[in-house]
Design a protein around this ligand. Structure first.
Ligand code: SF4
Ligand code: SF4
Length: 397
């Protein structure tokens, strides 16, 4: 079915994190969505939600790059928005230390935008929820008038990719993030919960940092890869779908896309997406076209041919039917599993701490001098351990 109003996604080629360049390009891209001043008002309290999942060197592509977050912060300040902050509920550590580790705090400081740790929590009912009828949200996210999601282009063990829709999970407060995995243990139920969360919080704008993306063992232990693009949109499903097209992954294999469209969050189907290529941000002041971006609509085929990466390492296998999933669960077989690479493990115990299952599915059963071991009968395949291991010592196979 072709929708009457297609979702616009702006594809912005960008091969540098140089702050001024990123700012000009993001400004032009958001201009193609009507401009930041039409998305928020100066009186509103705005929360920027970058991906700050854990502290890591910037070059590892674990967190959203400060130049991208800084560009959005600067645009908001230029639009007269006074109350702007940035925050996340990190998997390990605090937003303050993670942002400092990435140099994000000093970039945001230039625009008077503080990084905040999520300190309080409130239960928010959501009667309209298809999967989740309530969320334990951070106070800062719940009390913001407007959210702007500034995500990172990465692979993900459970949902294949993490982009716009998945990034909102950082608004769930602290330990409730881990609990959510036991409440919604399958990729489908977790995706439906994420879609509910996006519908509830309804960010005004989504910006994806894909200048350097992460492939392979994402979202924290993969490898950085240059994709040299930024994406902006108001539709997170359409944005994630374009991310999929750029890495030659069928968009409907990503549960957040499939359920996102079914549940009315957005559109993953190509015919319902208006993909605009920003060809010129219009930054040359000597040009008569100064200040005016030049853009044209392109097909996903052209986008892939010009900016895609068919060898991007991501899970492209077809999803198993419910029958095989049920059978696999019954016999604890045919399912992806986390494995510890013994030579990389430093026995820090972060994986054990992050396992949300009662009684733990990964423990130091062989003593603290040996790497932890899995009890796959207990394991719900949430892959929190793989996501949180700071030493790239856990793989999902
Ligand atoms: S988190 Fe990684 S390094 Fe630490 S004990 Fe677990 S597997 Fe080993
Ligand atoms: S062992 Fe890892 S994948 Fe299994 S339930 Fe615990 S955290 Fe999740």
């Amino acid at each position: 079915m072709v929708l009457k109003d297609r979702s616009r996604v702006v594809l912005i080629p960008c091969d540098t994190y140089e702050e001024e360049t990123v700012y000009e390009k993001i400004k032009a891209g958001i201009g193609l969505l009507g401009g930041i001043e039409n998305l928020v008002t100066p009186e509103e309290k705005v929360l920027l939600k970058p991906n700050l999942v854990r502290k890591a060197e910037l070059s590892r592509a674990v967190v959203t790059h400060p130049s991208v977050v800084g560009a959005v912060a600067r645009l908001l300040k230029e639009a007269g928005v006074k109350n702007v902050s940035a925050g996340d509920s990190c998997g390990v550590g605090s937003a303050l230390s993670t942002a400092a580790g990435a140099g994000m705090d000093s970039v945001l400081k230039k625009y008077g935008v503080p990084v905040v740790d999520f300190t309080g929590m409130g239960k928010v009912s959501y009667k309209e929820g298809v999967q989740a009828k309530a969320f334990f949200l951070s106070k800062e996210a719940a009390e913001a008038d407007a959210l702007i999601n500034i995500c990172k282009m990465k692979t993900h063990a459970l949902e294949r990719v993490t982009g716009a829709v998945k990034n909102m999970y950082g608004c769930v407060y602290g330990l409730h993030k881990a609990k959510g995995h036991t409440q919604y243990p399958s990729a489908d139920s977790f995706a439906r919960m994420l879609v509910d969360l996006n519908r509830l919080l309804a960010p005004r704008l989504y910006v994806m940092d894909g200048i350097t993306a992460m492939e392979g063992n994402g979202p924290t232990s993969g490898d950085p890869v240059s994709m040299n693009v930024l994406l902006v949109s108001r539709d997170p499903v359409a944005m994630d779908s374009i991310f999929c097209h750029l890495i030659d992954l069928r968009p409907d294999l990503v549960p957040t896309n499939y359920h996102g469209e079914k549940m009315g969050l957005g559109s993953w189907q190509e015919e319902n997406i208006e993909l605009m290529l920003l060809e010129d941000a219009g930054t040359d002041s000597s040009s008569t076209a100064a200040g005016r971006a030049r853009a044209r609509e392109i097909t996903v085929k052209e986008a892939f041919e010009r900016y895609g990466n068919g060898s991007f390492r991501v899970d492209r296998r077809r999803a198993k039917s419910d029958f095989w999933v049920r059978l696999g669960k019954l016999f604890n077989a045919f399912q992806k599993k986390p494995y510890i690479l013994q030579d990389k493990c430093v026995k820090c115990g972060v994986c054990v701490d992050s396992c949300p299952v009662d009684g733990k599915a990964v423990t130091f059963a062989d003593g603290r001098k040996n790497p932890p071991v899995y009890d796959y009968k207990k394991c719900i395949r949430c892959f929190c351990c793989q996501e949180m291991c700071p030493h790239k010592a856990i793989q999902v196979k």
